[in-house]
Write a protein that binds this ligand. Structure first.
Ligand SMILES: [Zn+2]
Length: 232
């Protein structure tokens, strides 16, 4: 039966070859989601080995974090951009789970990320969630949870109002615009817990910062941050 299934899969892949969403090459039988070459050669940050990495530095003096991490460097026109495009706009939700597993392997056993209780994805605007059908940060969170023994906690951190487009605003204006946009519905549940807050890409860090504000008001809460990519 197994042989038959794999024969069918091979036959279907001749008709509809699966392409690597990062480089566009055809995936071969044993490759899942991204090709082996990309798996080994996408630009890893290795931020988990460097506590004072550039993402951690962005929050110095603003947020008290246990750990700050991004899996890859994002460059314009690079393979990580292709990957993120397929993940967010081409319905390839499986990319999030796959990369969550890769990141989770790096973070498991790391003292800064030890004992993560809940993994909280940055909530998506309702309108965008409806258009896309999924929150990409939740897909990443689920992959992380499989390796970190944390529980994905959705719908506790919520958006309290929609924001205007961020594209043409300065860093300060963006932060102003994001303030008080997030709230925690059930803070009691998160008391004394280690929370890993996750997003897809970190640029200015303003969204993560806005999410962190209500979280850090909870008694005894420890906060860490992880994203798929870091864009300078
Ligand atoms: Zn590839």
């Amino acid at each position: 039966m197994r042989l038959k299934t794999s024969y069918l899969a091979d036959f279907l892949s001749l008709l509809f070859p699966q392409l690597c969403p990062a480089c566009g090459n055809e995936l071969v039988a044993h490759e899942k989601v991204i090709c082996t070459d990309c798996h080994y050669n996408l630009p890893l940050t290795n931020f988990h080995l460097q506590a004072d990495n550039i993402v951690a530095q962005q929050f110095w003096g603003k947020l008290n974090l246990e750990g700050a991490y991004a899996l890859y460097y994002f460059t314009k026109g690079g393979k990580v951009q292709n990957l993120m495009h397929h993940f967010k706009y081409k319905g390839m939700q499986q990319i999030g789970n796959f990369l969550g597993n890769v990141a989770g392997k790096q973070l498991s056993g790391n003292p800064q990320f030890a004992g993560v209780d809940y993994i909280i994805p940055v909530p998506l605007h309702k309108k965008r969630l409806k258009e896309r059908g999924y929150n990409q940060s939740t897909c990443f969170a689920q992959g992380l949870a499989e390796k970190l023994n944390g529980i994905v906690e959705e719908n506790n951190l919520i958006r309290t109002k929609a924001t205007q487009t961020q594209t043409h605003r300065s860093r300060f204006a963006r932060f102003e615009n994001m303030q008080e946009v997030f709230a925690v519905k059930n803070p009691e549940k998160l008391k004394g817990k280690h929370i890993l807050l996750v997003d897809d890409i970190i640029t200015t860090g303003s969204t993560l910062e806005a999410c962190a504000i209500p979280l850090l008001q909870i008694e005894g809460l420890k906060l860490s941050i992880a994203t798929i990519a870091y864009a300078e």
